[in-house]
Design a protein around this ligand. Structure first.
Ligand code: GAR
Length: 233
């Protein structure tokens, strides 16, 4: 499988572990609103896959207290938290959600089917640390229903995208993309099945690259610290 990456992003990570802490696992908060299949794939990757030794899931959070994904997260032993967003003003909810998540001190906030547009109240406390997976090329399709869009337009290929989140709708810098072959996929369910299989692998790989690049940058930074050479007197 080919991972198309924007190497500049990985060379210059937008977050850091903190001085002298680059050897520890990245603390990851996963946010979801629904089913949670990406969350489960990431949790599995931290336990036995590509994220093992690189990341730990410190909380799975939802804006929907009855989201199936929360139940699934608890069943695999993850701490869970929720705050209902229904009826709340966006900025006020986002400020409360950010404050709640900050208690878990996440290095990365990983959106996995978190169906909300984030306001500055949420983005600013975690600037450069929020990552999203989008089931299309974000340059071609933004927002919801990306698999429906691919199916209805009879696309022969779509591109899963992992990107950093900024204040626009799916406008942040792309970290990784992976094409999905849709030839012969003649139902929406089949389009989604093929896409999700790619999502589940790509997300873990992209996060692993991001974390490794942050570690690497910090090690290089540390090695640039001037050495004190004892005098011979
Ligand atoms: C996934 O396909 C994800 O890419 C998509 O929601 C689904 C969540 O599924 N996200 C978006 O469309 C964001 N714009 P999951 O809950 O099974 O991971």
């Amino acid at each position: 499988m080919k991972l198309l990456t924007s190497f500049e992003q990985f060379k210059q990570p937008t977050f850091s572990f903190g001085e002298g802490q680059e050897g520890r696992r990245a603390r990851v908060a996963i946010l979801l609103s629904g089913r949670g299949s990406n969350m489960l794939a990431l949790v599995e990757a931290t336990k036995t896959g590509i994220l093992k030794g690189l990341a730990e899931v410190v909380v799975v959070f939802s804006n929907k207290p009855d989201a199936f994904g929360l139940e699934a997260a608890a069943a695999v032993g993850c701490p869970i938290a929720s705050l209902p967003s229904q009826g709340r003003k966006r900025e006020a909810f986002d400020a409360d959600a950010a404050a709640l998540l900050q208690q878990y001190q996440p290095d990365l906030v990983v959106l996995a089917g978190y169906m909300r547009i984030l306001s500055p109240a949420f983005i600013q406390p975690f600037a450069g640390r929020i990552v999203n997976i989008h089931p299309a090329d974000t340059h071609q399709h933004q927002g919801l229903h990306a698999y429906e869009w691919a199916f209805e337009n009879k696309l022969t290929e779509t591109k899963i995208t992992v990107h950093l989140v900024d204040e626009g709708l799916d406008t942040g810098p792309v970290l990784a993309q992976q094409p999905v072959d849709l030839r012969g996929a003649d139902t929406l369910a089949e389009v989604e099945r093929r896409g999700l299989a790619v999502e589940h692998e790509l997300y873990a790989r992209a996060l692993a690259e991001l974390i490794k690049s942050a570690r690497h940058a910090e090690r290089s930074e540390a090695s640039r610290v001037p050495q004190v050479i004892p005098s011979r007197e």
